[in-house]
Design a protein around this ligand. Sequence first.
Ligand code: PLP
Ligand code: COI
Length: 365
Amino acid sequence: MADFPAVEFNRLPHPAPVGLAERNSALANPGFGTVFSDHMVSIDWTDGLGWHNAKVGPREPITLDPAAAVLHYAQEIFEGLKAYRLSDGGTALFRPDANARRFNESAKRLAMPEIPEETFIGAVRELVAADADWFPSVEGGSLYLRPFMFASEPFLGVRPAKQYKFLVIASPAGNYFKSGAPAVSIWVSSDYTRAAPGGTGAAKCGGNYAASLVPQAEAIARGHDQVVFLDAAEHKYIEELGGMNLFFVFDDGRMVTPPLTGTILPGITRDSLLALAREEGLTVSEERYSLDQWRKDAESGKLVETFACGTAAVVTPVGKVAGHDGEFTIGSGGPGQMTSKLREKLVGIQRGTVPDTHGWVTRLD
Ligand code: PLP
Ligand code: COI
């Protein structure tokens, strides 16, 4: 943790925010990632000076020198978390401390400065307060928050930059998947991998997502919703989707998810669901699970459910799996019982309708 003093935010309210009619229409059907709120947070970091110039002000384009290191060597990391409207009308964040910690883990891997957790959470709080009118009205909607940091120093040598910008933007969000289908279909990539041992798979850096675009496009072109990656060393074991972790549920009360060996993102939804599943009495383990075994277990009926999870996609049932060797169906092809139960419990905690026994919910008002 960097030992710089806590930053003070300069508050500059937007002089001309989006009009009420336009905002209401955007909030009624926001989809994912295309609608943005009025404000943003920005904080600068300079070698020797640390974090400074913190402000929450109008959301606006940023100016970068064409030699800014991020544009050349992709020194960039991000986070994704949501602010929820609670059943009692208040608002809350879900485990923002976990996002702050993961952000700093990503920062370390990308040779970037860490940001004090209280500054990270403070920045998110400032933005939600400034954009409190931007919670979607659609059922299941939330205010998706995107903190990110990039190297802004103009310098073409390959070394960690000496200047960075940390920003937070907000995007009202509804469903991540456009189709609204009850279960998604996923394509197993055998030509591409997402992350190799020793690489950046466990970090939330933009480059991982850039590298996932071709396999993801391949999945879409073949008529599937998402790509699933296998391990880079043996091309055998299931890792994760481009932006979600995976869980497997068996008929004997076991639930399995791939272990955090450094090549998959340590999802906060994943971690929360591991705890909730244990409370449901499931025998939970983090262990490697191969594509071959997945197919065999689905065909024999031993494997009854598979679901993907993440902040953006929440808990999404997987109904069909396809790859170069053909395809197989999971259970009935629709949402499984345990998947729905865990989803309801998680969403209930996030919305304040299920008691938060883990201290995961941070009330904002
Ligand atoms: N895996 C990847 C590659 C992701 O991008 C995400 C999304 O953040 C996840 C898993 C799920 O993580 P979380 O539950 O923290 O959103
Ligand atoms: C998230 O779930 O927050 C993600 O970052 C996944 C994706 C939108 C990149």
